[in-house]
Ligand binder design. Structure first.
Ligand SMILES: CC(=O)SCCNC(=O)CCNC(=O)[C@H](O)C(C)(C)COP(=O)(O)OP(=O)(O)OC[C@H]1O[C@@H](n2cnc3c(N)ncnc32)[C@H](O)[C@@H]1OP(=O)(O)O
Ligand SMILES: CC(=O)C(=O)O
Length: 537
């Protein structure tokens, strides 16, 4: 039996039908290149009959030299018209791509209600449109819209629609679960019947309205479909399309089908993250296979076993899909979490070390106070280095002052910091577009003469969360700061009942971590406020 599966990516077409997703022509070109590098077989670039951005995309994509086949999307000709004059079909041919996908009705209810035409006219629309594209020398796929709903309502008509596309010369019959309401058992049964009735290869296109798009795609492949359509991260209309980032590894690593060359499968995680960045859609950390937490271990019992053999809590090796194992440190940690993290940092730590037990207790206590270290790797590293290495204090903070004023309608924030850097007292003031920005500017200004690379670091994210009584011992705020520079990104945390103090704490950790990265000096080791170098404030 042929176990090669054709991967058809529609991130650039159906993916952009997802709420909140809008891609420029430049974005689309970048994503197309990434998809090509991943090794997908077809890239549906858009709908040239819909808008000029998609026309521009197809025009510019010609020079990309893609290995994947670019595909343009459109619908069957309009009712009571002729294919040769249909604007949507003409735009597809003009786009110059080798392949086209035409959506056409397969549900009698839709023909009557949405198209408001006769069942015969819809069949003629399908036949004429494919015959025209084939005469124009294109490869052509039939996206049989609402095929499963149509089949359940009127199987003979749904099959007749497929036969018309086949007679017109369609190269693939792609069965669509457009409303996403079909169950995996039904998909298997219906695809099996289609595979018996028609000779043209079958594809599957599912939507995720019942959270079953991946399961339904796998069911269709099991019943004989050989092309699977989907999007990166499952973006798409309403609840989304079938997620190729789950379908591909499930087919290839679990079910023994061949979708992508093994080495290309390793690009899956970076592709998913790249597309999420360009689409500006946050990726769920727990996204299967490619999420940041897909192989992250938090519970002490899990980590203890993972260190003996990662198969104990991992269903595949994360590297197969380009992801990696992560060990999280939190109040649920045991000594295995701490040891594994410390070893990752190159620290010499063993299980029976008194310091290990002390630092676990300290982390649990800090988490109880509202700190959260799994999202603040750099603060955690400082804590562990403080605990396990000889330390040298780089600077101490003698005081800081904030001044916020509204003058002539303008808000002004000014910060003054007094530091002691290697015995030398430094006193600086700086303004900022808010108190935290002013503090950050004043701190850098004080340190830049000693550590010029600090100029290259900036705050890339700032989050404040109010902790309720149930999260901590008293109402407080937790500030998480993400900093970028030195070819790296790191996160730090601060907690206080005062948002300025919590921000200051996270800022100091960020700067101390940066200095550590610069490999100039070791970071200081004081506990609590001293840990932050805050002598007085
Ligand atoms: C299941 C899917 O995801 S299908 C793809 C859905 N994606 C999109 O719709 C995004 C791109 N769409 C567009 O830019 C526009 O809708 C266009 C350019 C295609 C059409 O725009 P308009 O001509 O203004 O029509 P409008 O969007 O209001 O309505 C769709 C028309 O297409 C007709 N139509 C729908 N499906 C088909 C089909 N398979 N074959 C032929 N005609 C169809 C409808 O009957 C309706 O015609 P009517 O105006 O005579 O009632
Ligand atoms: C064609 C398509 O996107 C659908 O039927 O869902």
């Amino acid at each position: 039996m042929n176990r090669n599966i054709t991967i058809f990516d529609t991130t650039l077409r159906d993916g952009t039908q997802g709420e909140g997703i809008s891609l420029s022509a430049d974005d689309k070109l970048k994503i197309a290149q990434k998809l090509d590098a991943l090794g997908v077989h077809y890239i549906e670039g858009g709908n040239p009959g819909s808008n000029s951005k998609d026309i521009e995309f197809f025009q510019r994509a010609k020079s990309l030299g893609l290995t994947a086949k670019l595909t343009a999307f459109g619908s069957t000709r309009r009712k009571n018209s002729i294919a040769e004059q249909d604007a949507s079909l003409l735009r597809i041919i003009e786009s110059g791509v080798p392949a086209a996908t035409l959506v056409g009705k397969a549900w009698d209810f839709h023909v009557h209600t949405a198209l408001q035409t006769s069942l015969e006219e819809n069949l003629a629309m399908i036949f004429d449109s494919f015959a025209f594209l084939k005469r124009s020398g294109m490869e052509a796929m039939y996206d049989a819209e609402h095929f499963f709903d149509g089949y359940k309502n009127n199987p003979e008509y749904a099959l007749a629609a497929l036969r018309k596309a086949q007679e017109g010369g369609a190269d693939w019959l792609v069965l669509c679960d457009t409303n996403g309401g079909t169950m995996p058992g039904e998909i298997h049964e219906i695809v099996s019947r289609v595979a018996q009735e028609l000779s043209t290869p079958i594809g599957i296109h599912t939507h995720n309205d019942c959270e079953l798009a991946v399961a339904n795609s796998l069911a269709a492949i099991g019943a004989g479909a050989r092309q699977v359509q989907g999007t990166i991260n499952g973006y798409g209309e309403r609840c989304g399309n079938a997620n190729l980032c789950s379908i591909i590894p499930n087919l290839q690593l679990k079910l023994g089908y061949s979708c992508l060359p093994e080495e290309k499968l390793r690009a899956l995680t970076s592709t998913a993250r790249f597309v999420s960045e360009i689409a500006n859609v946050h990726m769920p950390v727990g996204q299967a296979f490619v999420g940041n937490a897909a192989f992250a271990h938090k519970g002490g019992i899990h980590v203890s076993a993972i260190m003996k053999d990662s198969k104990t809590y991992e269903h595949i090796q994360p590297e197969l899909v380009g992801n990696k194992q992560r060990i999280l440190v939190s109040e649920l940690a045991g000594q295995s979490n701490i040891i594994s993290k410390a070893v990752e940092m190159g620290l010499d730590v063993n299980a029976n070390n008194e310091k290990t037990k002390a630092i676990i207790d300290r982390i649990k206590e800090l988490e109880h106070q509202g700190y959260q270290f799994e999202g603040a790797d750099a603060s955690l590293e400082l804590l562990l280095r403080d605990a396990f290495t000889e330390s040298v204090s780089i600077f101490t903070v003698e005081s800081f002052k904030m001044h916020v004023e509204k003058s002539n309608g303008n808000m002004i924030s000014e910060a003054i910091v007094k530091l002691n850097v290697g015995g030398q007292q430094v006193y600086t003031a700086a303004e900022g577009n808010g108190p935290v920005n002013a503090l950050d500017n004043a701190l850098r200004k004080a340190l830049v003469q000693f550590y010029p690379q600090i100029e290259n670091i900036h705050l890339s994210d700032y989050k404040v969360r109010v902790l309720s009584e149930k999260d901590a011992t008293a109402a407080k705020v937790r500030v998480l700061i993400e900093s970028t520079g030195l070819d790296n990104t790191w996160s730090t945390v601060g907690v206080s009942s005062n948002v300025i103090e919590a921000s200051w704490e996270a800022l100091l950790d960020s700067i101390r971590y940066a200095l550590l990265q610069m490999d100039r000096v070791e970071i200081g080791n004081p506990p609590a406020t001293e840990r932050l170098g805050l002598v007085n404030h």
